[in-house]
Design a protein around this ligand. Structure first.
Ligand SMILES: [Zn+2]
Length: 301
């Protein structure tokens, strides 16, 4: 059991995250999390220098676990698809932080998992529970659960099936969010067609669709597009040649209408795509070629 003061502070942390989610904020900068949220005349920090973290206002059990973006991001996912993984602090299973996380498993304490999508940016997943411990691999197994579960008194029903379902959904969100954040960062948060710089109005579009086996969520398979240009690209209003030239569908070029058509679609014909500075993050010409052939089939014949 957790003492009441600590439990209340923990509850406030979940409440604060839910408030942010209602405002549409799903990811947080490291600075914001390190500064924390206002509580009881002070601030409660949500992350610290180490991955397993407990603020001063909480007595014993950790409040959050945080991943870094180092290494392939599949590190956080267990192969069954039903759980997340979290590496021990260091290699000593008995290190006090590992021990406290293990104790949180015994006491079924709800935690927050901050998943690094790009350096300095984190997706908040909560509540999560530690459900397994593997000292051989120096890994904890983590399950995500429904926020509704925070409201009820705990009973002894088996949570396994619901948690596996929620964790599968969370994993999809982690992949999508990480793709989006990496693509937008590579394009310096602007539409690669029209420069629009409002993140709220930008999507990370796939060149090879993610329904395709080859549609991996790598930046070179992505394009940062505003909502209009994303929808227009997916519906073949324009195509992009492997040399990054934009070709607008001839039927669109012949239309007569207001400023949106003119500036948004007709004027981009034969313009060049804005691409990331780093060569390896630029759109893969082979993927563009395949996609352009589909466009030419539908729009140019
Ligand atoms: Zn645009």
């Amino acid at each position: 059991m957790e003492d009441e003061r600590s439990a209340n502070c923990r509850k406030a942390a979940f409440g604060w995250l839910q408030e942010q989610a209602l405002r549409g904020d799903e990811t947080f900068s490291r600075d914001l999390l390190a500064h924390g949220f206002p509580y009881d005349g002070g601030h409660v920090k949500l992350v610290g220098p180490q991955g397993i973290f407990k603020p001063n206002q909480i007595q014993y059990f950790p409040l959050s676990i945080t991943t870094t973006t180092k290494g392939p991001y599949t590190d956080s996912f267990d192969p069954s698809g039903n759980y997340l993984l979290y590496s021990y602090r260091g290699t000593d299973p008995d290190h006090h932080e590992n021990r406290r996380l293990r104790d949180a498993m015994q006491e079924r304490i709800p935690l927050i998992y901050f998943y690094g999508t790009v350096p300095g940016q984190y997706l908040a997943i909560y509540p999560v529970f530690i459900v397994g411990d593997d000292p051989g691999k120096l890994m904890f197994t983590v399950a995500a659960d429904d926020v509704m579960q925070l409201r009820y008194e705990r009973d002894d029903t088996d949570d396994t099936v619901r948690r596996q379902y929620v964790t599968r959904l969370v994993r999809q969100r982690m992949h999508q969010r990480s793709f989006r954040d990496r693509v937008l960062r590579a394009y310096r948060t602007q539409c690669s067609i029209c420069h629009l710089k409002h993140a709220d109005l930008l999507d990370a579009a796939h060149i090879t669709p993610d329904s395709d086996d080859r549609g991996e969520p790598v930046v070179s398979n992505g394009l940062s597009l505003c909502k209009i240009h994303h929808a227009a690209f997916d519906r073949n209003y324009f195509g992009i040649k492997p040399d990054y030239r934009i070709v607008v569908r001839p039927a669109i070029m012949q239309e007569n209408d207001g400023p949106m058509l003119k500036a948004g679609l007709q004027s981009i014909n034969d313009a060049k795509l804005i691409v990331p500075r780093s060569a390896k993050e630029r759109p893969d010409p082979e993927r563009l070629r395949t996609r352009y052939e589909l466009f030419a089939d539908k729009a140019l014949s």
